[in-house]
Write a protein of this length. Structure first.
Length: 324
C-alpha cells in the first residue's frame, strides 16, 4: 500500500523560520491540512506549541477543537458554537444572521472575494456592539502577495486605516482590542509590519521556495514486466522498440495525482504512458517501493498547476506516517 510520509523535522524547521518573522502563528490547517491529514498535523502543531489554527468549516473545527486554544472557521455556519471557536465574518449579511458570539471580521481590502467592504465597517461595528458579539480578530487576505505587485501595499495601507478605525471604536466603547492578522505565506517577508498574528499555510508544508518539503509519497510495486517493440497501459501511449523493464506502482489518479497522458518525472525514475485510476507504470525494475515525490516543488513542474492543488488532493485513504 502506498504511504504518505510527513517529515516532522522539516515541518518544525518551517515553523521556526516563520516564528523568526512573527512568533504568533495562526496556523492554517484547512482542507485536511492541505491534504497532509488534519489530525496528524494538529498533533504535531500542538507539540510545536501552536495555540491557534484556521480551518475551513464547522466540521473541521469539530475534529480539532481538543487540540487548540482557538480555532477560526473561515466559512462557518450561522449556529452557535463553543468558546474556543471563532467565526470569520465574510459579509454584512452573514453578520446580521450570525448567532455565534466570538467573531473575526474579515475586511475586503482589495481581493474582492469575501469580507466586509471598507464602507461597511461602521455599520459592522454597530451590529457587533448591539448584538454584544466579542470581536476577537480583524483580518484581510492578499490577492497578489506571491508577485511583486503594488496591490499588496494598497491592501496593506487599507488595512492599517481599518485597524485605526477599529481601535478607536473599541477604546470609545470600552471593548477589548481585537488582534489583527494579514500575512499569508508569501506575504511573510514582504510587509513592513505583520501585525499581531501571521496566518501561513503553504509555507508550513514547504510548498514554496525557502521552506522544506513535508510530504513524500511512496508507492509500492505491484508487479514487474518486460516489453519489447510494444506499448504499455491504456492506448499504449508509451511504446518501446527496445527491451525495457517496467514496474507497476499502486498509485493512480484516484489517489490525487493529476491525470497525465504521456508520462511524468518522478524522484528516481519516470512514469510512462497514461496514468490509470489505481496504477502507474514506471521505467525500471524496482523491488518494493518507488518514491513518487519527496519535494512537491519539483513534482509540480510536471503539471500545469500549483503545489497547493496537488497536496490538497492527496487521498485521505492513503496512510500518513510521521518520520523525524
Ligand atoms: C488559505 C488561506 C491562508 C493561507 O494561505 P497560504 O498561501 O497557504 O499561506 C491564509 N488566509 C486565508 C484567509 C486563507 O484562505
Amino acid at each position: 500500500m502506498a504511504t504518505l510520509y510527513l517529515n516532522k523535522t522539516n515541518l518544525f524547521k518551517n515553523l521556526q523560520k516563520i516564528s523568526s518573522i512573527n512568533p504568533n502563528i495562526l496556523a492554517v490547517i484547512k482542507d485536511n491540512a492541505y491534504g497532509h491529514g488534519i489530525i496528524t498535523i494538529s498533533k504535531l502543531l500542538k507539540e510545536f506549541g501552536i495555540k491557534k489554527v484556521c480551518v475551513r468549516n464547522n466540521n473541521e473545527a469539530e475534529m480539532v477543537k481538543g487540540f487548540f486554544e482557538e480555532i477560526l472557521i473561515f466559512n462557518p455556519n450561522t449556529g452557535r458554537n463553543g468558546i474556543n471557536i471563532s467565526y470569520a465574518i465574510n459579509s454584512i449579511n452573514q453578520l446580521k444572521k450570525n448567532r455565534h458570539p466570538y467573531i473575526h471580521l474579515k475586511i475586503d481590502t482589495g481581493m474582492h472575494r469575501n469580507g466586509i467592504l471598507i464602507d461597511e465597517i461602521d455599520e459592522a461595528l454597530g451590529i457587533i456592539l448591539k448584538k454584544n458579539f466579542e470581536l476577537r480578530g480583524v483580518f484581510t487576505h492578499f490577492c497578489c502577495s506571491e508577485e511583486e505587485n503594488c496591490d499588496t501595499f494598497i491592501q496593506y495601507e487599507n488595512f492599517k486605516k481599518i485597524k485605526k478605525t477599529v481601535e478607536n471604536f473599541c477604546k470609545k466603547n470600552n471593548l477589548k482590542k481585537p488582534y489583527f492578522h494579514i500575512a499569508n505565506s508569501t506575504a511573510l517577508n514582504k510587509l513592513p509590519d505583520t501585525f499581531d498574528y501571521v496566518r501561513p499555510g503553504i509555507a508550513m508544508y514547504g510548498g514554496i521556495e525557502g521552506y522544506e518539503p513535508v510530504m513524500s509519497l511512496v508507492g509500492d510495486v505491484v508487479s514487474v514486466r518486460e516489453i519489447e517493440n510494444d506499448g504499455v497501459g491504456y492506448n499504449k501511449m508509451f511504446f518501446s522498440k527496445d527491451k525495457v523493464k517496467l514496474s507497476t506502482i499502486d498509485v493512480g489518479y484516484s489517489d490525487g495525482i493529476p491525470y497525465f497522458k504521456n508520462g511524468c518525472k518522478l524522484k528516481e525514475t519516470e512514469a510512462v504512458g497514461k496514468i490509470s485510476m489505481d496504477y502507474m507504470s514506471v521505467l525500471g525494475e524496482f523491488k518494493k517501493h518507488v518514491v513518487i515525490f519527496d519535494d512537491i516543488k519539483e513534482f509540480v513542474k510536471n503539471f500545469d498547476t500549483i503545489t497547493y492543488d496537488i497536496l490538497v488532493k492527496m487521498s485521505p485513504r492513503i496512510k500518513r506516517v510521521v518520520i523525524e
